[in-house]
Design a protein around this ligand. Structure first.
Ligand code: Z2T
Length: 794
C-alpha cells in the first residue's frame, strides 16, 4: 500500500473524515498515526531483541521531559522526509502547515527537561535498552503572553487535542499509597496507606536514527482507585471515598513552573512519590518476570535520578526489598545503592530540596522510618558525616548522594564545584563517587532537524555520517580558507535570518534587517543568567549611538526569549523592563534599523528551533559558578553562532574546543566572584567607576522607559546598588567592551564566517551520544544491543 492510501485510510477509519472535509488537524493526526505504525515495527523488534539478549536496562527517572513537537523527529529518524513531502503534495496539503499544527509537549521547565529528551533520542540511536519514566501532566509549562509588557500566564492545554504518539496501557496500573500508618509485628513492618491512587501508564515510542532501535517513554497518569473507594463508601466513610478521587485529579494535573527554586509544596512531594513508586514497581515487575534472584537486580537494572526529584526511589526500593522480599535492612541498603545513581543539576541553595520530617512522616510514614535507618547505617559507618536529617528536615541531596553509587555533575567546572561546595564533606568520605558527565545535545534535532540549509551544506561536503558521529564535523575545519565554502556557509545563515525576519513580521509585525548582527539570549529569566546585564548594555549602546549618530555603527538586533516563574517577582520586573526599553528604542528614528529589540512571547522548544539557526551571537553571560552547564550554549555554537560568555558551566569546555580566538570571553571567574563578594560595597564601587553604567541606571531610575510611572524600576535599580548578588555591575564594563570587539569582528564578514564555521566544526564532542556513552560506561555498566551495526561505541 502507498503512504497516500495509508493516510486516506487513517483519515477515514481513525478520524471518520473524508479528504474533502478534513481539517489541518485531521490530516496531521492521520499522518502521525501512519508514522506511528512504522515505528511500532522497530519498537517490537527492539523489545524482542532486548528479551533475547537479557541485557542491563537503563531507567531514566525524570520529573520533566521537555520534548517539543514529535512529528519532525519521527519523520527524520525514520528517514521519510522526501516520501512524506511528496505524498502531501499528492494530497494537496502543505507540509509546513501540518507539521506546525502539532502543539509542543512542554513537560519541562528548561535545561533539565530538555536534557532528558535529548538523552532519550541518544539512548534509542545508540541501541541501549532504556525506559524514560515521568509524569503525563495534563497541563505542561504555562503559556506566556505580554500585557503592557508584563508577563501573563495561562494554562497550557496540549492534551485537549489527541496525542497521536502515545498508547494507553490500562494493563500497566499500580496502586500508589499515601499517608496512613505503619504497624510493626515480630520485626516486620506493615504500611497501611490512608489513601490510594492508581498510576496508569501511557507509552510513547522513541525511535532512534534510521529506525534501527526503539525505546519507550512511559509517563504515568493518576486515576482514582475505584475498588478502594467502593470499600470506604460501603463502610460509610464518604470522605475517604471522595479523597482518592480528588487526589487523583490533582496529582498529574500540572507541571510545577519553578526551575531552580524549590516550592516545598505537599502536592509536589506527592507527584514525586507517585511517579517514582510507579516506576520502581514497574521495573521490578519486568525484572521478576525473567529472574528469580532479587539480589541480582544490580546486574540488570540501572536507575538514573534526574536531580533529587525522584530521590525517594532510594527509600522506596529499600522498602520493597525489606518489607516485601524479606531482605535484611543492612543488605537492602547497599543492594539498592548498586542500582541507583544521581545527577546534580544546580548549586543554587534555593533549589536544593528539603521536606520537613513532619510532612514526610504524614505523607510517607514508612519511608521516613527507612530514611532514619539509612541515616543510622551511614552514621554508624562514618561517624560525624553530613546528615540527611537536619533541623527537622529531610535533605534530599544528601539522601540521593548516600543512596547512589555514582553522583555526577553536568560540566567539568560544575563537578569541581560540587566537590568543593555542596557535597564537600560527603566527597571526602566517598572520594570516587562524584564524577563528571558533561551535558550534550542531540544533533538530530539541533542541527539535522532545525537547520536544513546547513544540514544540506554539510552533508554535500562530508557525507551524512556526522548525524550519528558528530566528531566527523572536524573535517569542515579545512574549509575555513575555502572562499566558495565560506560563501555558501554565509548564505545558509542569511537564509535562516531572512526566514526568522518573515516570522517576526507575521507574528509580531516587526521585520528585521538580515544584515544586522542577530544577538540572541533565550533561556528562563533568572537573575543569575543576567538578562538585565544584556539589557543595560543595550541601553548603553543606544546612548552611544545617539551621541554619535553618524558614526559607522554595526547594526544589531537584540532578541530575548524566556519565561519567569510566576512567583519570581524580580524576574517579572526584568521582563517588563525589557519590553518597556524595547518600546522606546524601537520607536527611535535616530537609531532606526541600527538597533532593535524583539522579545517574542511564549519561548518554547519550537521557538528555539527557529531562533538558534538564525543567530550570529549567543549570549551565555551567567555569573561564573552559577550555571551548572547550559545546553543552549551548545546548540548555538553547533549552528554557527559565536558565543559571548563567561567562564561558567560548559562555556569553559566549549571555549577549549572551539579555541579562545573564536569565543568572546569576558567577566570574573568563579573564584573571583566568590572573592569579590567579600568586599564591602562592591556594587556601588563598580557603578561609581563606570560613567556609562551610571548613566544607564540613572535613565532607568528616572523613568526614561516608563514615563507615566517613573518610579516603576526604583526597586530594580536600588537592588543593583545595594545587593547585586549576581555581580551585574562588576562585569558590566568588561561585557560592554567585549560587545564592541564583537561589533568590530562582525564588520569583516568573511572572517566572522570562518570563526563561526570553526565553531560548528569543533562541536562534535557536545553530542548527547558522547554523553550517553559516558553514562553507560562510567555509571550504568550498560551496553548497546545494536553496537555491531553502529560501529564504535566507546
Ligand atoms: C534546570 O533546568 C536546571 C537545573 C535545575 O536544578 C532545575 C532545572 Cl528545571 C534543580 C538546569 C541548569 O540550570 C542548567 O545549567 C543545566 O544545563 C541543565 O539543568 C541540564 O543539566
Amino acid at each position: 500500500m502507498t503512504m497516500k492510501t495509508d493516510i486516506l485510510n487513517r483519515l477515514k477509519y481513525s478520524l471518520g473524515k473524508d479528504a474533502e472535509n478534513a481539517s489541518t488537524y485531521d490530516w496531521r493526526i492521520a499522518l502521525s498515526l501512519v508514522l506511528r505504525d512504522q515505528m511500532v515495527e522497530t519498537w517490537f523488534r527492539s523489545t524482542k531483541e532486548t528479551y533475547a539478549a537479557s541485557p542491563k536496562r537503563v531507567y531514566y527517572l525524570s520529573m520533566e521531559f521537555l520534548i517539543g513537537r514529535l512529528i519532525e523527529d519521527m519523520i527524520s529518524n525514520l528517514r521519510m522526509e522526501e516520501k512524506v513531502k511528496a505524498t502531501l503534495v499528492e494530497l494537496g496539503q502543505d507540509y509546513d502547515t501540518i507539521v506546525h499544527d502539532e502543539p509542543d509537549a512542554a513537560l519541562g521547565n528548561g535545561g533539565l527537561g530538555r536534557l532528558a529528551a535529548c538523552f532519550m533520542d541518544s539512548l534509542a540511536t545508540l541501541g541501549i535498552p532504556a525506559f524514560g519514566y515521568g509524569i503525563r501532566y495534563e497541563h505542561g509549562l504555562f503559556e506566556q503572553s505580554f500585557a503592557q509588557g508584563q508577563q501573563v500566564e495561562k494554562p497550557e492545554t496540549w492534551l485537549t487535542q489527541r496525542h497521536a504518539w502515545e498508547f494507553e496501557r490500562p494493563e500497566s496500573q499500580y496502586r500508589i499509597g499515601f499517608g496512613g500508618h505503619v504497624d510493626h509485628h515480630e520485626g516486620k513492618a506493615y504500611w497501611h496507606p490512608g489513601e490510594v491512587v492508581m498510576a496508569t501508564a501511557y507509552d510513547t515510542p522513541v525511535v532512534g536514527w534510521n529506525g534501527d532501535w526503539g525505546n519507550t517513554l512511559r509517563l504515568w497518569s493518576a486515576q482514582p482507585a475505584k475498588e478502594f473507594d467502593l470499600e470506604s463508601f460501603n463502610r460509610g466513610d464518604y470522605l475517604a471515598a471522595g479523597r482518592s478521587e480528588a487526589l487523583a485529579r490533582t496529582i498529574s494535573r500540572v507541571l510545577y513552573p519553578d526551575d531552580t527554586t524549590e516550592s516545598g509544596k505537599e502536592l509536589r512531594l506527592k507527584q514525586e512519590y507517585f511517579f517514582t513508586a510507579a516506576s520502581i514497581m514497574d521495573l521490578l515487575r519486568r525484572y521478576l518476570k525473567d529472574h528469580d534472584d532479587i539480589r541480582a537486580l544490580p546486574d540488570y537494572v540501572a536507575i538514573q535520578l534526574n536531580d533529587t526529584h525522584p530521590a525517594i526511589a532510594g527509600p522506596e526500593l529499600v522498602r520493597i526489598l525489606v518489607d516485601e522480599h524479606d531482605i535484611p535492612m543492612d543488605e537492602a541498603i547497599p543492594l539498592a545503592r548498586k542500582c541507583l545513581a544521581y545527577t546534580n543539576h544546580t548549586l543554587l541553595p534555593e533549589a536544593l530540596e528539603r521536606w520537613s520530617e513532619h510532612l514526610m512522616g504524614r505523607i510517607l510514614p514508612r519511608h521516613l522510618e527507612i530514611i532514619r535507618a539509612i541515616e543510622h547505617a551511614h552514621q554508624t559507618e562514618f561517624p560525624g558525616s553530613p546528615r540527611i536529617l537536619e533541623n527537622g528536615d529531610v535533605r534530599m541531596g544528601e539522601l540521593a548522594f548516600i543512596m547512589a553509587h555514582k553522583v555526577n555533575g553536568v560540566s567539568a567546572l560544575h563537578t569541581d564545584l560540587v566537590k568543593e561546595t555542596v557535597f564537600a564533606d560527603l566527597h571526602r568520605i566517598h572520594p570516587t563517587r562524584i564524577i563528571n558527565q558533561t551535558n550534550g545535545i542531540t544533533p538530530r534535532r539541533w542541527l539535522y532537524g532545525c537547520n536544513p540549509s546547513l544540514r544540506h551544506l554539510i552533508t554535500d561536503t562530508i557525507g551524512e555520517g556526522w548525524v550519528t558521529d558528530l566528531e566527523q564535523l572536524t573535517a569542515l575545519k579545512s574549509k575555513r580558507d575555502d572562499a566558495a565554502f565560506i560563501e555558501a556557509f554565509t548564505a545558509s545563515k542569511r537564509e535562516n535570518k531572512a526566514n526568522l525576519s518573515n516570522w517576526t513580521l507575521q507574528t509580531m509585525g516587526v521585520s528585521l534587517d538580515p544584515d544586522a548582527m542577530f544577538d540572541v539570549q533565550i533561556k528562563r529569566i533568572h537573575e543569575y543568567k543576567r538578562q538585565l546585564m544584556n539589557l543595560l548594555e543595550t541601553v548603553a549602546l543606544w546612548n552611544d549611538m545617539r551621541d554619535n549618530p553618524n558614526a559607522d555603527w554595526t547594526p544589531r538586533v537584540k532578541i530575548f526569549g524566556g519565561k519567569a516563574a510566576p512567583g519570581y517577582f524580580v524576574a517579572k520586573d526584568i521582563i517588563r523592563l525589557i519590553n518597556d526599553v524595547a518600546a522606546v528604542i524601537n520607536a527611535d528614528e535616530v537609531t532606526g534599523d541600527k538597533l532593535k529589540i524583539v522579545y517574542p512571547p511564549n519561548y518554547n522548544v519550537t521557538m528555539a528551533e527557529r531562533l538558534i539557526p538564525a543567530a550570529d551571537l549567543s549570549e551565555q553571560i551567567s555569573t561564573a559558578g552559577k550555571e551548572a552547564s547550559g545546553t543552549g550554549n551548545m546548540k548555538f555554537a553547533l549552528n554557527g553562532a559565536l558565543t559571548i560568555g563567561t567562564l561558567d558551566g560548559a562555556n569553559v569546555e566549549i571555549r577549549e574546543h572551539v579555541g579562545s580566538e573564536n569565543f568572546f570571553l569576558f567577566g570574573l571567574t568563579a573564584q573571583e566572584v566568590m572573592e569579590r563578594r567579600t568586599h564591602h560595597g562592591y556594587a556601588r564601587a563598580a557603578i561609581e567607576a563606570s560613567p556609562r553604567l551610571q548613566r544607564v541606571l540613572g535613565q532607568i531610575a528616572e523613568g526614561r522607559f516608563a514615563p507615566h510611572d517613573p518610579s516603576r524600576y526604583h526597586g530594580l535599580v536600588g537592588m543593583l546598588y545595594d545587593h547585586d548578588y549576581f555581580l551585574v555591575t562588576c562585569d558590566f564594563d568588561s561585557y560592554f567592551d567585549t560587545q564592541r570587539r564583537a561589533d568590530t569582528a562582525y564588520r569583516n564578514p568573511a572572517n566572522w564566517a570562518a570563526m563561526a564555521l570553526v565553531n560548528t566544526a569543533s562541536m562534535g564532542w557536545f553530542s548527547s551520544d558522547r554523553t550517553i556513552k559516558g553514562y553507560a560506561r562510567d555509571i550504568w555498566g550498560a551496553e548497546s544491543v545494536t553496537k555491531a551495526k553502529l560501529g564504535k561505541t566507546a
